[in-house]
Design a binder for this molecule. Structure first.
Ligand SMILES: Nc1ncnc2c1ncn2[C@@H]1O[C@H](COP(=O)(O)OP(=O)(O)OP(=O)(O)O)[C@@H](O)[C@H]1O
Length: 362
């Protein structure tokens, strides 16, 4: 057995004995969720996917709020499939926090320990300690409507952690916040998740939240896992159009023979990678250069005639959506777009250097 096999085997043993080991099969009308999730203690997993992919269903199944149609759910070696939600060692932070409006921050956090048998005084003592840890001590007496979005989020997190869960679930934890608050709260949440010693699963459709907060991403589409791995690997080697769009790459599928990849859709792309067989080829929109006339002296091997289908601002750049023999996205500065006279319907020539493409096995 190699070292890698040893590490994998150890991780799998950890997952079975101490972590999360789940296959969640849930039928909801015509929709079927069927995803496997496993994590070792201390792992933060982000479940990422487009609208309707089944992220919330997966989270609710873990919490026990929707029943499994099939599969299994084990946490620290214990089957939870038939355990009612309130008896699961699971803490949940809902998207809109669902704080009790009539209770103070302190009593919101004390609620969990109290429900699980702590005396009123003990529950409040634990709650006060959690609020302190979240830098919220001075807001202990405040009702939720007096809290800012970021403070409410931390109270919700404190409430979920106060029951000392062995599985922490977060549903779009930053979605309710404005952009400025989001930045701060994301950094704080990252710190709290790093300190959390059990498994955390967060659901999001924001790739930045997923990349910053999680050790591992599980991408689901149409109720199935389409790709999983470390954030960096997924960003470098997307395997579906949805993921390629999330990480901002043009992505194609084709058949490689040496440095040439014949795409399933027709044209070929030259790459510096040496690959063979079925592959993906990806390149960033920023690596595309556009010309109004066919460039004569360009050394680029990859040259395609395209038509501008649409233009939109993208950060401080313009993103051109191009169609033609190779549909692609190209980023250029506003000045360059003006000089090229880019407008929908215009014909342009697009080039990409072989060294800026990346090919990998499909
Ligand atoms: N109560 C329900 N009854 C029947 N179908 C449902 C129910 N709730 C959700 N669905 C369906 O299950 C599928 C997955 O929904 P889910 O909310 O889990 O997706 P999601 O990935 O969380 O999406 P979003 O990002 O939009 O919240 C959708 O097709 C949805 O229409």
């Amino acid at each position: 057995m190699t070292d890698i096999d040893d590490t994998t085997a150890t991780r799998e043993a950890d997952v079975r004995a101490e972590g999360l080991d789940a296959r969640l099969v849930v039928d909801r009308g015509s929709f079927r969720l069927d995803v496997s999730l496993s994590a070792a203690p201390g792992d933060v997993i982000a479940v990422l996917g487009p609208n309707g992919a089944g992220k919330t269903t997966a989270l609710r199944a873990l919490a026990g709020l929707v029943p499994l149609t099939g599969g299994h759910l084990r946490l620290e070696g214990r089957a939870l499939d038939r355990t009612p939600p309130e008896s699961r060692p699971v803490g949940v932070v809902f998207q809109d926090y669902l704080l009790f409006p009539h209770l103070s921050a302190l009593d919101n956090v004390a609620f969990g320990p109290r429900c699980r048998g702590a005396s009123r005084a003990e529950a409040r003592r634990q709650a006060a300690a959690w609020l302190e840890r979240m830098d919220l001590a001075e807001h202990a007496g405040a009702k939720p409507r007096r809290l800012s979005g970021g403070q409410a989020q931390r109270v919700a997190l404190a409430r979920a952690l106060a029951i000392r869960p062995r599985l922490l679930l977060l549903d779009e934890p930053l979605a309710a916040l404005d952009a400025r608050t989001r930045l701060d709260v994301r950094a704080q949440l990252r710190r709290h998740l790093a300190e959390f010693e059990a498994v955390a699963v967060l659901v999001t459709h924001d790739p930045l939240d997923a990349m910053v907060l999680a050790d591992r991403l599980v991408v689901i589409e149409h109720g199935r896992v389409v790709q999983e791995g470390a954030p960096g690997d997924i960003a470098r080697r997307p395997r579906t159009d949805y993921i390629a769009q999330l990480v901002g790459l043009n992505l194609y599928r084709g058949h490689a023979d040496g440095h040439s990849v014949r795409l399933d859709s027709g044209p070929a792309i030259t790459t510096t990678d040496d690959v063979a067989g079925p592959v993906f080829v990806a390149f960033p929109p920023g690596s595309v250069t556009l010309y109004r006339e066919r460039p004569g002296g360009s050394s680029a091997r990859n040259l395609w005639r395209c038509e501008v289908a649409g233009l939109e601002t993208h950060g401080d750049q313009i993103r051109a959506d191009l169609i033609g023999e190779l549909p692609l996205a190209a980023d250029l500065t506003t000045v360059a777009a003006a000089e090229l006279g880019l407008q929908p319907g215009a014909t342009v020539w697009a080039t990409v250097k072989a060294a800026q493409t990346h090919a990998y096995p499909a």
